[in-house]
Design a protein around this ligand. Sequence first.
Ligand SMILES: [Zn+2]
Ligand SMILES: [Zn+2]
Length: 117
Amino acid sequence: MGITVRNLNGTSDRDCACGTWIRHWEKFSGTTTGICARSVCLNPATVGAHVKKSTGDDHAHYIVPMCHACNGKRDAIFNLRDGTRLIAANVAETCAKTSKPQATRILEEVLKLNRIP
Ligand SMILES: [Zn+2]
Ligand SMILES: [Zn+2]
């Protein structure tokens, strides 16, 4: 039995450094997208959908690859295909961390080291 998620609404306008959310998913899952993450669907995945686990205490937002039709179903509960990788949608935890220019990161390290307690 796979993970059950709720499809989130009105999130398509949110952006990240990866350009698109499907790119974001590919980048952090280390794989390329194939078919839609919804277990009953066999369409090719074309978008990175924002979802939230529908059970348990984990209220974080995640990205999963989905076809356009499934992503368009507002508030729907989907059963994910076994083995689907859920990638954090929180850019502070993912791309914002890695997309900073190296000079900025070095400067931050220096500031951290010299911080007076
Ligand atoms: Zn990203
Ligand atoms: Zn689908």
